[in-house]
Design a binder for this molecule. Structure first.
Ligand code: FAD
Length: 403
């Protein structure tokens, strides 16, 4: 029997989990396509943005990861389900018997004027590098009187885990930088804006309250019910009329699936393709991770988080193997293992169930251990562990090169 060709688009959490599980199957030839030659570990992007980790540590090289999987570096520009082919930015066309679309998501600006032009996103290594450059370089430019003192202010929009983690880390960075820029550093500030009534809206209200209190104690200005209606080259404008002047403006207020794939089927408000309970769009097309809209037990779409993508990637691989053995398909069932967010050093909130919650140092250690466990590649894991020991235990100010 000739092997069936499985093409996986996207070597992120979902695509890589699928390829890893399918690679040993004698029934399939697996091709993995990604525009980047690495898997990005987005949960630690904020540590790259705040000069805590080098960018190589959160990028797992996929080309050489699995001998049995063919890797193609290119952007997929089109899918033709009639001819069962995908077209690539390089001009090449690749045929498939089964297609797994695992293309992730992108930042959403909700069409708010000025946001796309005047705020920084945090979705890629290039974005994190840009935030780090702005955070650090502004100190030098203010010291040289090229920029006004308000340029040291940082404003972060979005009170979800990404916004919370970044706000805490920026505040800690501002504290460490004080000794290098003694005259100006005390005037630096961080403001975290959330349009809704509380931070971490998907967590228990007590965790939200604890997070807001902890951030405030660290010196972050937390503002809830603060909807942003516009951005300029120097500020953010709030619905109630306030203008917040800041040299670094980061937009962490939501993500949507890439609109490019909407033609393939029905989508939800976040451009996510609505798939069947088996994650199929049609017979030979599967959609997983952030790009898929799948209803959870509460009747709401599953969240756009890494564990969902990983479980879906493994599930699709399992179904393909079952099909090759003439076994009947299973329905996808998500196992919710809880949620967590770090607030700063030795500060985090963890929720396993709504009644099983904890915070503080134990939560923070749990967060560190789980993130190490989820990382791909022994080299990245060892390197991050060494960096964390240095940053957190030795407590030396971080040093980084500012471009
Ligand atoms: C800053 C940040 C922090 C986060 N923190 C957490 C966290 O703490 N915990 C958590 O669970 N989740 C977190 N998430 C969410 C998590 O990263 C996503 O839910 C997860 O990455 C989704 O996996 P995926 O496989 O669907 O997509 P991704 O992992 O994003 O992978 C998509 C891949 O597809 C590739 N791709 C896209 N389009 C194309 C194309 N046209 N052609 C070729 N390749 C393409 C991309 O290059 C990428 O490699 C965070 C996300 C961000 C941005």
């Amino acid at each position: 029997m000739p092997k069936q060709r499985v093409v996986i688009v996207g070597a992120g959490f979902g695509g890589l989990a699928c390829a890893r599980k399918l690679r040993k199957s004698s029934a399939y030839d697996v091709t993995l396509i990604d525009k980047n030659p690495y898997q990005l570990f987005s949960p630690l992007l904020y540590q790259v943005a705040t000069a805590s980790l080098p960018e190589d540590d959160i990028a797992f090289p996929v080309r050489t990861a699995y001998r049995e999987v063919k890797f193609v570096r290119a952007a997929v520009t089109g899918v033709d389900t009639a001819t069962k082919t995908v077209s690539l930015s390089t001009g090449r066309t690749i045929s498939y018997d089964d297609l797994v679309l695992a293309v992730g998501s992108e930042g959403a600006t909700f069409g708010i004027p000025g946001v796309a032009e005047h705020t920084l996103q945090m979705k890629s290594i290039a974005d994190a590098r840009e935030i780090r450059r702005s955070l650090l370089r502004n100190y030098e430019l203010v010291e040289d009187e090229v920029l006004p003192i308000e340029s040291l202010n940082v404003v972060i929009v979005g009170g979800g885990p990404t916004g919370v983690e970044l706000a805490g880390a920026v505040r800690e960075l501002q504290g460490e930088i004080r000794r290098e820029f003694e005259a100006i550093a005390p005037q630096a500030s961080v403001t975290l804006l959330e349009a809704g009534p509380r931070l971490l809206p998907s967590f228990h209200p007590r965790s939200s309250e604890h997070t807001a209190k902890t951030l405030t104690k660290m010196g972050v200005n937390v503002r809830v019910n603060a909807a942003v209606v516009g951005a300029t080259a120097t500020s953010l404008l709030l619905k109630e009329g306030d203008e917040i002047v800041a040299g670094t403006r980061v937009w962490a207020a939501g993500v949507v699936a890439p609109p490019q794939w909407k033609f393939l089927g029905e989508t939800d408000r976040g451009n996510r393709l609505k798939v069947q309970p088996t994650l199929q769009l049609r017979e030979n097309v599967w959609v997983i991770g952030d790009a898929a809209s799948v209803l959870g037990p509460a009747g709401r779409p599953l969240p756009m988080i890494a564990p969902v993508a990983i479980q879906q990637g493994k599930y699709v691989a399992r179904q393909l193997v079952r099909r090759a053995r003439n076994e009947s398909p299973e329905a996808f069932a998500y196992r919710d293992k809880g949620q967590m967010a770090t607030i700063g050093r030795r500060k985090a909130v963890v929720e396993i169930r709504s009644w099983l919650r904890f915070s503080g140092s134990i939560a923070w250690l749990t967060w560190l251990a789980l993130h190490l466990a989820y990382l791909s590649g022994g080299r990245n894991r060892t390197s991050i562990f060494a960096d964390w020991v240095w940053n957190y235990l030795v407590w030396t100010p971080r040093r980084t090169i500012t471009e």
